[in-house]
Write a protein that binds this ligand. Sequence first.
Ligand code: SF4
Length: 287
Amino acid sequence: MPDSALAPTPANAYSFSRVKCFHQCPLRYRLRYLEGRRESFRSIESFLGTTVHEVLEWLYAERMRGASPDEPALLEIFAARWSAHFDDTVALVRVDDREDNHLRLGREMLSRFFNGTFTRDRSVTIALEQRLAATLATSVVFTGFADRVGRTDGGRLFVVDYKTSKAAGNGSDFSEGLQAPLYAACALGHHGEREALAGYHYLRHGFTRWQTVEEARARELFEKFLALVREIELASEFPPRPGALCAWCGYNAGCPAAEVPEPLSGGLRKAEALGRGLPDAGGEGRQ
Ligand code: SF4
């Protein structure tokens, strides 16, 4: 039996990622969130994002405890975490890609952040990787983890989310429109404030885009998210929705609808080499 950490997600707990997954591909949603099946591989882009987030958390945690971390220490931590956690489940989806490209990109993003943002940052950190939650209806809870919650040097409450994506986002629901603003909406309740800033910091580009969330907008955001959850609750079928994301989907080796072009077949080949199609539900856990 899998342990409880690997069980399917509780039926009433909805994160932004969970709702986004349903809207991208209902079959992937069913496999991951309802059946709790582990994806066969994780892309190197996802691995890079996770590692960079961990290192930024370490950086601000060091400052919180009164230390003054420098750039060499930051890059050393990055290299150490990279080699400690890189394993054979990490896939280079682009067949002409190399691990070195992503290591270099990670170092560049962290150096840019350290020199362009961290050294000038006079804000105060309240919490790192803070779990935020809000009850939206009797049976629906919004939940998520904010990368960093703090106060500006002028005392304004903020929530910031780090992005390692190539392109900056736009205002649509599954780009910049919902995730950080929902975290800011939760933070209003947690900290008893009337207004908070929601930011996306784009690590490849070195800038932060801010939005203001006040109480009326917080209510609108929760209503919008609840409407998206209701769509999921009403779903009786979970059809595949093949497209550009199939190459990065860890279920692609067992999915009859997968569309994976040869230049992007690195994940698919890895899943096949590992002998993984779709494992039995319950025998594998949630990613
Ligand atoms: S391979 Fe494509 S269609 Fe199949 S579950 Fe994954 S995203 Fe959906």
